[in-house]
Design a protein. Structure first.
Length: 137
């Protein structure tokens, strides 16, 4: 699925892409190449279960970036909560011995996250378009 493909759902046509960033707890540099690959697989499966799709994914040793094509009937905060909670649990279970020196509590991600909508026209263009509508007399 591409990020410019329009979707049809009940009585709407939509294209909603979110850029999401998760940061490791205490910004610890614990993400290895193997963990990054596992995270991509986990996020991809979780997105499908949430009527969404993982369009792009990558990261560094202390954070990851996700580009997600999301359905309008899914709340972004709910999707983020699901992605963070389940991925944290699965990574902590699989890499328990490796992560033990870094985290004494059962954590992987920091409590915060970043999310923004992406694509479409720039805000200034949209503002101008809305402003220039033929206002009824």
């Amino acid at each position: 699925m591409t990020t410019t493909e329009l979707h049809h759902h009940r009585h709407c046509v939509y294209l909603i892409n979110l850029h999401i960033v998760f940061v490791t707890k205490y910004r610890k540099k614990v993400i290895t190449n193997d963990i990054l690959k596992d995270l991509e697989n986990i996020f991809s499966r979780l997105c499908i279960n949430a009527k969404s799709s993982l369009v792009e994914f990558n990261g560094e040793s202390d954070h990851v970036h996700l580009l997600v094509d999301i359905s309008p009937d899914i709340a972004p905060a709910k999707l983020v909560n699901t992605l963070k909670t389940i991925s944290s649990r699965m990574i902590r279970k699989k890499y328990a011995d490796y992560l033990r020196p870094f985290y004494w509590k059962p954590v992987f991600w920091t409590g915060a996250y970043f999310v923004t909508s992406t694509g479409g026209a720039p805000l200034e263009t949209l503002k101008l378009y809305i402003h220039n509508q033929d206002t009824p007399e």
